[in-house]
Write a protein that binds this ligand. Structure first.
Ligand SMILES: NC(=O)c1ccc[n+]([C@@H]2O[C@H](COP(=O)([O-])OP(=O)(O)OC[C@H]3O[C@@H](n4cnc5c(N)ncnc54)[C@H](OP(=O)(O)O)[C@@H]3O)[C@@H](O)[C@H]2O)c1
Length: 294
């Protein structure tokens, strides 16, 4: 069945990853929009945008993602990550649009020692995490048809991310200090994009018992940022030395969770997904980035 899908944040990592995959889903008609067409800071512009048109599904990839900067502009982050999500949820409910909203591991405080399940208590430690949590809560309160997917450590061929930073710094420097005491799972945006489109294709969101169900998604496996950097250099044959450092040696404005592993059993079971191992997904990303460079 042909479905019309609106993708916000079209020029972000996830938005561009969905764009790249979109030709593989000919049964969907995609509309990709960026900030120029739909400014999430402007409630009136959001209302006007949806007054003029409707969609079957919204994949809401746009967000305020500058984690450290959010500490000094909490109202701006709140507008985009919370109030705009609330408004989108209201519109989705009113117009019977299925809303797929993306959230983050930063809703947790990172003090766990087993992978977080969706119902674990939340306790964000940063403005970014708090505003994303408020967005989740607004979604669940309004309860449009749809789901929330929390993800972590997203990287891709696009935008700014850890993989691209390591590839650049690894060429420029002989040695780098990388944090070893924060543990998580990287998420290749291409895998998350495919998972979202496969979920839509499965038609199983409509069968979700409660609207606003939360699901966790990252790649399989676990590593520290130090391990991640080592693997990036191994796969790209960069010989830069890496020294493990503690988080306290690399102070940032926002506090990051020490432990942010997400348990993915629920999304795998409900939507019959197979999730790639993080090292396997890193390979095509690095290959593409190296081909683009040469
Ligand atoms: N990146 C991660 O490590 C990570 C981890 C966990 C969860 N997430 C979540 O995953 C989702 C996708 O993240 P991503 O990495 O693809 O983010 P991203 O690359 O930073 O892209 C975010 C997009 O949001 C757009 N945006 C920001 N402010 C806007 C506004 N006022 N109006 C309209 N659009 C606006 C940006 O537009 P411009 O290009 O114009 O700035 C950009 O296209 C987000 O919900 C994020 O919170 C990300």
């Amino acid at each position: 069945m042909n479905k019309t899908i609106l993708v916000t944040g079209a020029n972000g990592q996830l938005g561009l990853s969905i764009q790249r995959l979109s030709t593989q889903y000919p049964e969907f008609t995609f509309h990709f929009i960026d900030r120029d067409e739909l400014d999430l800071c402007n409630a009136q512009s959001i209302a006007q945008f949806f007054a003029a048109q409707t969609f079957d599904i919204i994949i809401h990839c746009a967000a305020y993602t500058a984690v450290d900067q959010a500490e000094s502009e909490p109202e701006f982050a709140d507008q985009i990550n919370h109030l705009a999500v609330k408004q989108l949820a209201e519109i989705a409910k009113q117009k019977n649009i299925t809303l797929i909203h993306i959230s983050t591991d930063y809703v947790f405080n990172g003090q766990h020692f087993t992978p977080y399940i969706e119902s674990d208590p939340v306790d964000p430690q940063s403005v970014y995490g708090k505003t994303k949590l408020d967005g989740e809560r607004a979604f669940q309160e309004i309860a449009p048809n749809g789901i929330i997917i929390r993800t972590s450590w997203v990287y891709s061929e696009f935008g700014n991310n850890f993989v691209k930073t390591m590839l650049r710094l690894g060429q420029e420097r002989d040695q780098l200090g990388i944090i070893f005491d924060q543990i998580g799972s990287p998420t290749y945006a291409g895998d998350l994009a495919k998972a979202i489109l496969d979920i839509i294709q499965s038609n199983r969101i409509e069968h979700t018992e409660n609207n606003g169900q939360i699901y966790h998604y990252s790649n399989e496996g676990v590593c520290s940022w130090y391990d991640f950097a080592q693997q990036i250099f191994t796969q790209s044959q960069i010989s830069c030395a890496i020294k493990p450092i503690e988080s306290s040696e690399y102070p940032t404005a926002a506090q990051r969770p020490y432990y942010s592993l997400l348990n993915k059993a629920k999304i795998k079971q409900h939507f019959q997904l197979e999730i790639p191992y993080w090292k396997d997904s890193l390979t095509p990303c690095i290959q593409t980035l190296q081909e683009e460079k040469s």
